[in-house]
Structure formats: C-alpha cells, structure tokens
Design a protein around this ligand. Structure first.
Ligand code: NAP
Length: 327
C-alpha cells in the first residue's frame, strides 16, 4: 500500500515521503480499514518536528516511534481480528483514532475497533473526516466545560481554524453573540461564516479592549491568566484547548488559586476522543452546522499540507483524499 512515511524529526517536506509498505494485518481486537479520507491536525505538525521537545518524551526521543502519522479517518472496514464484535467487513466508519495510535496517512490502517464509530450513511467521507477531532474539541469546550447558554457573549481565540469554525456554529445554535480572533487573511471567511465581530490578533489584543465575555474558548493560549480573567464577566469561564506548554501550566496553576476567591473560572480541556461525535454528525446531516473544508488534496501532497497547516495558511480543516472514492 502507499503511505507517507516519517524517517526523522524535521520539516515535513524533508523527512516525510510517499513509500510502498506492506498492508498491516489486524490483531485480535483490531479492524483493517481502507482509508478513504484523512485530515491534518496540530499533532502531525508537532510530531513531525518533535516540537515542543516535550513531545519527544512521548513520541520518541531521538527518532519518531510512529513511522506513519495522521489521526483522523473515514473509510470502510476491510478485515477484522478474531475478537472483533462491534464491526464487520463493509462497515463505513470514521473517527479520531488518537487514543489508540496514529497512521491514517496511508491507504490502510489496523486499529482497535473502539477507535472508530459507524459513519452515518448520509455523511460523505470528506465531511466525516473533517469533524471528529476539531468538532469534539469544540463541543466539549463550549458545552461540557464552558457551560454555554442561550444568548451568551462568546469569544473564540483562533476562531478561523478547525475548532473555531465549528465552535462558532455551535455557539450560534445557542443564539450567542460570537467574536472570533485570528490572522487578517481569515477574517473575511470568518465574517461570512457568521462571526458577529472579528479581531486581527496581530493588531489588537482582545484582553485589552475592555470587552468582557461569558465564555472564552482559546485554541492558542499565549497570555497570562490575569489577562484572561480581566476579559471575563463576573461568572465567566475561560477554557483553553491548546497553547504553549508554559502558558498551559500557568493556567493550570492559577486556576486552582483563583477558584478560592473568584467567581470567574479558568479551565483546561482534556479531549475525550469521539465523545459527542455522533451528535455533531447529526447536526451536520441536518444542515445545522457544516465543517469548513480546505481540500480535498491527494495523499502524495501530505508533507506539503502539514507545512501549509503549520504556517497557518489553511482555512478550517485540511482534508486529504486517500482512495479515489465518490463522496
Ligand atoms: N485539549 C486537548 O485535549 C487537545 C487535544 C488535541 C489538540 N488540542 C489543541 O487544539 C488546538 C486545535 O486547534 P485547531 O485545530 O482549530 O487549530 P488550527 O486549525 O491550527 O487553528 C488555530 C488558528 O489559530 C490562529 N492563531 C495562531 N496564533 C494565534 C494567536 N496568537 N491568536 C489567535 N489566533 C491565532 C491560526 O491562524 P494563523 O496561524 O494564520 O495565525 C489558526 O487559524 C491546538 O492548539 C491543539 O494543540 C487540544
């Protein structure tokens, strides 16, 4: 089969290439999936470069231990292990497999059957691969932790990315007023998508405008926790989804202290992969929300696409079509 193989840490186009490798054989609890579509995520960009360096402790100190990256897929079960009970050959599946491993930048993958869900028939493969990771991050941040309510005033930092573009639509379903913060090139797309207000983070620091929000969802935590508190209403919630490790540690530390005397709260999301995914899929099928898709692109373009993603040139989810299946 064809796969994008990672040899070393470095820039994607220098260390990843398209290779012919053996089709894997499923272990007892695994399914062999013929991958139709996959997508690029922050993990891919970070693992390829081995940055932040903390990642090397988890993903290989001197060399990456996962030769094939990629963590989102939509495809069809092509073989099953002896103990598989929930899936059968021919089932169309989708999901974020990161809890069980990596390897979706390939024509086939073997993965634990619990890593994927049955794909609703009405959901095309491209759309199905664009929602698992970003939309569950958005749902869990806005609803489970952010306790979003009708009419809330919401700000999404990094609002033009995969999480932000779905987060906006979920917030709009609750009739919220939503401000999106991102780079200038994405602001027009964000306005068209429905943001009430957009802010260019290179020109305006949203924590210094004097505006206060019921909920702030942050995909790029890079300021002090005190700045975020200043931008929250008296019972507001700040949820960080990601950011630099040092800032995340700072949010974690101060969140405990603030909780002793403030009604405002700082929270860190720890993703539960695929939790809420079927609910999101139904919203997509009912045309209530729709992921912003950048692509689809061919598999042999993957290294360039990871670089493109890392440079922030993408809009929404970068989708890769692996096998030429009709959508
Ligand atoms: N909590 C968890 O369990 C968990 C699990 C997996 C992933 N994550 C995290 O979830 C996040 C995924 O977000 P995503 O998929 O939406 O990423 P994304 O598609 O890369 O979007 C992030 C957006 O933020 C913008 N941005 C960059 N720097 C910014 C800044 N200083 N201020 C405001 N916006 C800025 C980027 O635009 P430009 O680059 O053009 O500036 C981009 O449009 C990542 O941080 C990832 O690490 C969390």
């Amino acid at each position: 089969m064809k796969a994008i193989v990672l040899e070393n840490y470095g820039l994607p186009e220098e260390v990843m290439s398209l290779k012919e490798v053996a089709i894997p054989i499923p272990k007892e609890n695994e399914v062999l999936i013929k991958i139709h579509t996959t997508a690029v995520n922050d993990y891919d960009w970070s693992i390829v470069r081995g940055k932040p360096y903390l990642y090397r402790l988890m993903f290989g100190v001197s060399k990456p231990k996962h030769p094939i990256l990629g963590m989102e897929l939509a495809g069809v079960v092509d073989g099953i292990g002896l103990m598989v009970s929930k899936l059968k050959v021919g089932d169309a599946v989708y999901g974020d497999i990161s809890q069980f491993g990596f390897g979706t930048f390939a024509e086939y993958i073997c993965i634990h059957e619990d890593a994927v869900l049955i794909k609703p028939e009405e959901l095309g493969f491209e759309t199905a691969t664009a929602i698992p990771h970003a939309s569950t991050l958005a749902l869990q941040a806005l609803r489970n932790i952010g306790k979003i309510r009708q009419g809330h005033k919401v700000l999404i930092n990094g609002g033009g990315g995969g999480v932000g573009t779905i987060g906006l639509q979920l917030a709009r379903l609750s009739n919220c007023k939503v401000t999106g913060v991102d780079s200038e090139e994405k602001l027009t797309m964000m306005k068209l998508l429905g943001y009430d207000q957009v802010i260019d983070y290179k020109k305006v620091d949203f924590t210094k405008t004097g505006e206060q929000y019921d909920l702030i969802v942050d995909c790029k935590t890079n300021k002090s926790p005190f700045s975020y508190l200043r931008s929250l209403k008296p019972t507001g919630i700040y949820v960080t989804i990601g950011g630099s490790p040092i800032n995340l540690i700072s949010v974690l530390f101060w969140s405990k202290i603030f909780s002793l005397f403030s009604t405002k709260s700082l929270q860190i999301l720890s993703l539960k992969p695929n939790e809420g995914l079927d609910e999101i899929a139904q919203l997509v099928v009912q045309n209530k929300i729709s992921p912003e898709i950048d692509g689809p692109y061919p598999l042999d373009d993957t290294a360039r696409l990871i670089q493109y993603f890392g440079e922030g040139k993408h809009k929404g989810k970068v989708v890769i079509k692996v096998n030429g299946i009709d959508q």
